[in-house]
Design a protein around this ligand. Structure first.
Ligand SMILES: C[S@@+](CC[C@H](N)C(=O)[O-])C[C@H]1O[C@@H](n2cnc3c(N)ncnc32)[C@H](O)[C@@H]1O
Length: 261
């Protein structure tokens, strides 16, 4: 199996070519089936089609994950319950239903702005899995108020995570892909659930955030992406060839309408 590689093609076909029990961590940020405009993927499938497709690709992740492996799936409100049920049915063990609260939600006129995504965290084994708590501890309230009972190492983060969305004008932003994940979020997941030299698989590459962070953290990566355009973007990002990002008018408008709480 070739690692540190971006594969162009359908993730199910590519995962079928990987040996079983060969991967330590899967992070998947599939299209949410909410009609977003991707390069060559139709994000508007029928309920049944999307559900069956989700079962198929999640089944493959189960096959390729090692027994000590973990999976995190980012998903919107529309299919979060279904994806959780599929994970359970396939045999994964539930760990957390994480809420990623993003500080830069998109403004709405006649409802509250959506400012979260679900991240479903499951492991293949019920007891035996990687959880590097020391790598990801954060300052606790007890530490802040100088309570003597505070653990000097800090605390394991809660299950609501705050990371800003990667908006159009952000330095981190790579081109015009509709849903680039923030590196900080991937950093937390990869540090928690893998060790140096472990293999991290992302079936839905997009702009290649998972692979880029895995590389920085000295993990091996396997990323698949169905669009040739995004595939090129990922390779450029990994080779350090993407520096400046163009702002288009739409993105500027989006930033102007931001509200902070
Ligand atoms: C939500 S985006 C992932 C964004 C990514 N997490 C990032 O930080 O840039 C989903 C990606 O999956 C790709 N995709 C859709 N269907 C696919 C398939 N069957 N196999 C591989 N990639 C697919 C889309 O082209 C899109 O780039």
């Amino acid at each position: 199996m070739e690692t540190n590689k971006v594969y162009l093609g359908d993730c199910i076909d590519i995962m079928r070519g990987l040996p079983k029990c060969s991967v330590d961590l899967v992070f998947a940020d599939p299209p949410f089936n909410i009609g977003l405009k991707y390069d060559n993927y139709n994000d508007n499938k029928s309920y049944e089609e999307y559900y069956k497709w989700s079962e198929k690709w999640i089944d493959e992740t189960y096959r390729v994950l090692k027994q000590t492996g973990s999976i995190y799936i980012a998903i919107g409100d529309e299919f979060a319950a279904e994806i959780k049920a599929i994970l359970k049915k396939i045999g994964f063990h539930f760990r957390n239903w994480i809420i990623w609260y993003y500080t830069f939600g998109q403004n709405q006129r006649k409802k509250f702005s959506r400012a979260h995504t679900h991240i479903l965290y499951f492991t293949k084994d019920k007891e035996n899995y990687i959880f590097n708590d020391k790598e990801i501890r954060v300052l606790s309230v007890r530490q802040i108020i100088r309570d003597k009972r505070a653990n000097p190492l800090g605390k394991i983060p809660d299950d609501v995570w705050q990371f800003s969305r990667v908006c159009g004008t952000f330095k981190e932003r790579i081109g015009n892909h509709p849903c680039q994940m923030p590196e900080g979020l991937l950093e937390r997941i990869i540090k928690t659930s893998s060790n140096i030299n472990d293999i991290v698989l992302d079936p839905f590459g997009g702009t290649g955030t998972t692979a880029a962070v895995a590389k920085k953290l000295k993990r091996k990566y396997i990323t698949t992406e169905i669009s040739e355009r995004y595939f090129d973007v990922i390779n450029k990002r990994l080779n350090g060839q993407i520096a400046e990002v163009k702002r288009n008018k739409e993105e500027k408008r989006e930033v102007e309408s931001l509200t902070l709480f």
